[in-house]
Design a protein around this ligand. Structure first.
Ligand SMILES: Nc1ncnc2c1ncn2[C@@H]1O[C@H](COP(=O)(O)OP(=O)(O)OP(=O)(O)O)[C@@H](O)[C@H]1O
Ligand SMILES: [Mg+2]
Ligand SMILES: [Zn+2]
Length: 509
């Protein structure tokens, strides 16, 4: 007897519908067999399936089974095929008509005692099921909410193989799970931190506001304990609220690596990722034979914070460069490529010198000018070129630290950011470029016209600080954002002056 049912495998965060054929009428095999490019986890499925079937009180067929997974040229990965293979195997002895299997996409790992274990990537799997015209999906109970985020499909969460069989037989009354996505989204779209936690630091907050308003990457330079980490973690709270679409995209990334927290069906706040400088290339970019997303994609629509920027190996920074430009990561493999979303704002931080206290006025710096120069020159290069704003973060005084925090500052700053972003959207229309930071050189020429005095000021600074052509464009872009924050179409000299002040690393120390 031949059972035919459907499951999904993941390539990156994209799902691919697979047909699972189970032939239990074959004799002549000395053991069951899976064909159709299974990975190790899928190959081992047969053993789990047998135990799960027997331990759930069902009869394992006395003939050996042959399992075929199609399409044959797609690699089938992970343990999510256990449940569909088990149900296919039971098509003769399970007591349900094999037609019952037709309407479902089925995914789930099996424990030896018949429990259904959660699997990664259920959100993408449910989306794929809908795209392919399926009206029902059976998923592990723990993944139910994740799948139910997708509309136009009935989601059945099962805790055990026996429950899945009961559902197919029709003797288990199981309601499809439905959740109110908008409600979940609105409830979870709240940040636990606020900029009012950061005392003093007015000039840093100003620079951060500008960076967020124009989506500019930024670098914070300051002594240990000045609050760089604290500030970076709060930048997400002043960026425009995530849209549901952005939230879903990021949630798919987290779902695909099993990083969704329990009871958290959606990533509704902008993520902040802080990879350590010892992290490997693949950990940052993503990779592996069945590619997993890396830190850059986990930071999608949020913040990638690179603390101790000077300590990151140059070749690793080099790898971040292209994703930063393309807002996505592409990983090549033997067969084709896998693409992950990776649109993030990069926030870097470093000490001003090896000992950390150069120019701090707090402690004496013990470094020689040579050491400082070597330290700073370590950060010049591929990624520094992508950073529009450099800002000093001095340590705050004890008096300021002891001040009481006021009301939410994040909400107020965010309003400014949102209205500046609105001006940018109007300016650029519906094209690929929506923020000042991503303007092309042509757009800089078109949208950053300067008046006589601004022109003069910029020219003077270029000469005095020996700034490059690239720095020139960056100053114009940042000045454009400052004007947008001011609701002003023209770029005034004061905006240029402020933008120039954010090119600290271009100057001589
Ligand atoms: N402006 C501030 N307002 C309130 N607390 C602050 C401020 N600055 C620093 N702190 C306190 O100091 C601690 C250390 O700050 P943080 O870790 O952000 O410093 P850092 O600049 O990242 O230091 P390092 O260079 O060592 O990484 C924070 O956890 C916070 O409690
Ligand atoms: Mg820190
Ligand atoms: Zn020093």
């Amino acid at each position: 007897m031949l059972a035919r049912l459907h499951s999904v495998t993941l390539e990156g965060i994209e799902g691919i519908i697979c047909e699972v054929e189970v032939d239990v009428s074959r004799g002549g095999w000395d053991k069951p067999l899976i064909v159709g490019l299974p990975d190790t986890a899928v190959k081992e499925s047969i053993e789990r399936v047998r135990s799960a079937i027997v331990n759930s009180g069902f009869k394992y067929p006395d003939t050996q089974s042959l399992v075929n997974l199609a399409p044959a040229d797609v690699k089938k990965a992970g343990p999510a095929f256990d449940l569909p293979i088990a149900l296919g195997t039971l098509c003769r002895t399970g007591g349900f008509p094999s037609e019952a299997l037709k309407r479902y996409v089925i995914v789930g790992e099996l424990a030896l005692d018949g429990r259904v274990r959660p699997v990664n990537g259920v959100l993408s799997m449910a989306m794929t099921a809908v795209e392919n015209g399926f009206s029902r999906i059976i998923v592990p109970l723990e993944n139910t909410d994740e799948a139910a985020v997708v509309s136009d499909i009935e989601v059945f969460g099962v805790a055990s193989l026996a429950q899945a069989v009961g559902l197919l037989r029709g003797d288990l009354e199981l309601e499809p799970t439905s959740i109110d996505v908008d409600k979940i989204f609105n409830v979870s779209a709240k940040y636990e931190m606020d900029f009012s936690d950061v005392k003093g630091q007015e000039s840093v907050k100003r620079a951060v506001t500008i960076a967020a308003a124009g989506a500019h990457n930024m670098m914070m330079i300051g002594p240990p304990g000045a609050g760089k980490t604290m500030i970076s973690q709060r930048i997400a709270t002043i960026l425009p609220p995530l849209t549901l679409e952005e939230s879903l995209e990021t949630t798919r990334v987290y779902s695909s690596v099993g990083l969704l927290k329990k009871g958290n069906a959606l990533i509704a706040t902008r993520p902040v990722r802080t990879p350590h400088h010892t992290a490997s290339g693949p950990a940052l970019i993503g990779g592996g034979s069945n590619p997993r997303p890396g830190e850059l994609s986990l930071a999608n629509h949020g913040i990638l914070f690179l603390d101790e920027f000077a300590e990151f190996p140059r070749n690793v920074l080099e790898m971040i460069r292209q994703p930063l430009e393309e807002s996505s990561v592409t990983i090549s493999r033997a067969k084709g490529t896998v693409t992950f979303p990776a649109q993030f704002m990069m926030v870097a931080a470093m000490n001003p010198c090896p000992c950390g206290y150069f120019g701090s006025g707090q402690r004496r710096c013990k470094c020689s000018p040579k050491q400082i120069e070597r330290y700073v020159s370590k950060v010049s290069g591929p990624l520094l070129d992508r950073i529009d704003i450099h800002i000093d973060v001095p340590a705050v005084s004890f008096r300021k630290l002891r001040a009481k925090s006021g009301d939410s500052e994040s909400a107020r700053i965010r309003q400014q950011v949102v209205s500046a972003r609105r001006m940018q959207i109007e300016r650029f229309g519906n094209g690929k470029i929506t923020t000042n930071a991503t303007m092309t050189h042509k757009q800089v020429e078109k949208f950053c016209g300067l008046d006589e005095s601004s022109e003069q000021l910029l020219k003077q600074a270029m000469v005095e600080f020996a700034l490059s052509a690239r720095a020139h464009d960056k100053i114009c872009k940042v000045a454009r954002t400052i004007a947008d924050l001011d609701g002003c179409e023209t770029i005034k000299a004061e905006y240029i002056a402020e933008a120039i002040s954010y090119r600290k690393l271009d100057r001589k120390f």
